[in-house]
Design a protein around this ligand. Structure first.
Ligand code: HEM
Length: 483
């Protein structure tokens, strides 16, 4: 395994551009990036364990490698993997973090055979605003809640959500087609919020849903607040206020949803039960609803934006996808129709590989463990990065190229390793909304393909801000031509 890690990192080295060739944020001195920091061990392995230490470096005093991580995102991870292999440590965001990169290291943590990796790693980032969401639960409790929630993601349920999403997505996309130029990321983000209001809790675009949307956005933004205290006017305080608004809304609406099943996700959680009769309490439903809004929103927005971007840059793929779309006719597509859009499947998978919306899966080590022969002590904060897997030249031919055909039945490069392609994570916490999310993205792209053609100027390359989840720095302007 260690040998394969070294082979991977050598191969990656040949392909990645030097960090210094990429523009830097204003105010950051390039010398910080060029500096070589002393290499140290994250912790000393117990004598006689035969384990190796995790090596890495702290970077600049106080800020560590925060800026490089925020600015370069995946490039930074690949560069670290090249220097240190698939298990390393870095200092960023005021934390020392063990980084697991590449399919073998990801597998070790996600399979979690010795139950050493806890979801508590997420608590620092989102625990205050999204407490007791499914992703923050561990082991037995998580297993029970996941079994109940699964009922809300059954195929018949998801088919119903698709039917509910259709009208909002169609009218939202139609509205863009009247504008010659659209900042796609912002347009999609706005639309997916409106769609969530409808599908998650059957609300039309009225003042109440606007208020909820604002509260929700404040809660999400607070997770990345630099000042993590409720100072008046600050992000943290706005996040707490947002959370209260959401809790109040769901608490008030809940009794009616228990009584009548509207077919939305809120009703589904109220009605969900296992074969053994386990159900969610009212508090569970509220916490899960707020978490699900968060888990679904930015991820589907980023996936749709990235896929639309690659379709803009590769008109031959846009034409091919449109041919399939037009075959479906003018009716709003249902789940079965969307499943016929094979080209969009390939494009979405490839976009998720190149721009994984969740660039780091957080874990906390709760008992000493080893990853690929490295000693990782209890208490360590861990980041599992899909980047090393998604750009691993042992799994993917020409990993930096946009090549959706790599997912077709003849090639199936994603099968090279169980964790070669992991935009939805893996193991017990693998995304429960992956079909729902993919269908929403497909529906949105299908409506775009029906109504317009879109392109970006020749030579345009999106630049992504990696401060939290990846966001195109310019909002991704595209030129739309109505069909
Ligand atoms: C393309 C869109 C999406 C992507 C890329 C995505 C990605 C992910 C990833 C990487 C995880 C694993 C996190 C971890 O291991 O710590 C996850 C978990 C989760 N996702 Fe998604 N997600 C998407 C859409 C959705 C949607 C639409 C929903 C719900 C409506 C959803 C609900 C969840 C939940 C509840 C979890 C936690 C599962 C558990 O802990 O058992 N996601 N997602």
């Amino acid at each position: 395994m260690a040998n394969s890690a070294i082979r991977i990192s050598t191969a990656i080295r040949e392909r990645i551009p030097p960090l210094t060739s990429i523009p830097l944020p204003v105010g950051v001195d390039r010398r910080i990036l060029q500096k070589r920091w002393p290499v140290t061990a994250f912790a000393t392995p117990p004598a006689g364990s035969g384990l190796r230490p995790v090596l890495g470096d702290a970077g600049a005093p106080l800020i560590g490698h925060t800026f490089e991580l925020m600015h370069y995102g995946p490039e930074f991870h690949l560069r670290r993997q090249q220097s240190y292999g698939p298990v390393s440590w870095v200092s960023a965001f005021g934390q020392r973090i063990v980084v697991l990169s590449g399919p073998d290291a990801a597998q070790a943590a996600l399979v979690n055979g010795d139950k050493a990796f806890s979801q508590d790693g997420w608590a620092y980032f989102i625990g205050r605003f999204f407490p007791r969401g499914l992703m923050l639960m561990d082991f037995g409790e998580h297993h029970l809640h996941r079994r109940i929630m699964q009922d809300a993601f059954r195929r018949e349920r998801v088919a119903g959500y698709v039917d509910q999403m259709g009208p909002s997505i169609r009218s939202g996309v139609m509205a863009w087609a009247t504008r010659p130029r659209v900042r796609l990321y912002w347009a999609i983000k706005h639309l997916t919020l409106d769609v969530a209001a409808r599908v998650f809790m059957t609300m039309e675009g009225d003042a109440r849903s606007e208020r909820l949307n604002r509260a929700f956005v404040s809660a999400v933004r607070a997770g990345t607040a630099v000042v993590r205290a409720p100072l008046p006017g600050g992000r943290w305080a706005a996040g707490l206020a947002g959370r209260r608004v959401l809790e109040q809304y769901f608490a008030q609406a809940l009794p009616a949803k228990r009584r009548v099943d509207d077919g939305d996700l809120f009703s589904a959680l109220c009605q969900a039960r296992t074969d053994d009769g386990d159900r969610f309490t009212d508090a569970d439903v509220i916490n899960h609803m707020i978490f699900l809004m968060m888990a679904a929103h930015d991820t589907t927005t980023i996936t749709s934006t990235a896929a639309a971007y690659y379709l803009a840059r590769h008109p031959e793929w846009q034409d091919r996808a449109r041919t399939e779309t037009l075959r479906l006719g003018d009716d709003l597509p249902d789940l079965q129709s969307l499943e016929q859009l094979h080209t969009l499947d390939l494009v979405i998978k490839e976009s998720l590989r190149l721009v994984p919306p969740v660039p780091s899966l957080a874990r906390r080590v709760i008992r000493d463990t080893d990853v690929l022969g490295h000693y990782v002590p209890a208490g360590a904060l861990v980041s599992i990065s899909p980047t090393g897997s998604h750009f691993d030249p042992e799994c993917w031919t020409d990993p930096r190229a946009f090549d959706p055909e790599r997912f077709n039945d003849q090639r199936r490069e994603d099968k090279a390793h169980r964790y070669a392609w992991m935009p939805f994570g893996g193991g017990a916490h693998k995304c429960i909304g992956l079909h729902f999310g993919t269908l929403e993205v497909k529906l949105l792209l299908h409506e775009m393909l029906r109504t317009s053609q879109w392109h970006v100027p020749a030579g345009y390359e999106a630049r992504w801000d990696h401060t939290a989840l990846p966001v195109p720095v310019d909002g991704l302007p595209v030129t739309l031509t109505r069909r």
